[in-house]
Design a protein around this ligand. Structure first.
Ligand SMILES: [Zn+2]
Length: 110
């Protein structure tokens, strides 16, 4: 593969060019926002946000509850239902260690 800045050949899958230091574009597709398959209280929306942003799901749930209460319930409930409809369900994957885990596909399906 070639550096997008200096056009020199760099090692495949490297994040930075060893000649000019320019950041190389990631070779994998960006992670999709999906509802969590296993970390869910209702539909996995907050769990999906926490997995996408790599944060504690409890923080998202607390923020969601406070925002819902502060806005008079209905906007938060509608937002949750819209997210439930629009966010696809993450596939349920069991890792070799046995722990359930939601996995976003690394590349689009062929
Ligand atoms: Zn370069």
């Amino acid at each position: 593969m070639y550096c997008s800045a200096c056009q020199r050949e760099v090692i495949d899958y490297s994040n930075f060019c060893s000649f000019c230091g320019a950041r190389q574009s990631p070779s994998v597709a960006p992670r999709r926002l999906m509802r969590s398959a296993w970390d869910k209280k209702i539909a996995g929306v907050c769990g999906g946000f926490s997995e996408h942003f790599d944060m504690d799901p409890t923080i998202f749930r607390i923020i969601f509850v406070f925002v819902t209460l502060a806005t008079g319930l209905l906007p938060g409930i509608i937002a949750y239902i819209v997210a439930w409809i629009l966010m696809p369900q993450a596939p349920y994957v069991v890792t070799p260690a046995g722990a359930p885990h939601s996995a976003a596909p690394q590349s689009p399906a062929p």
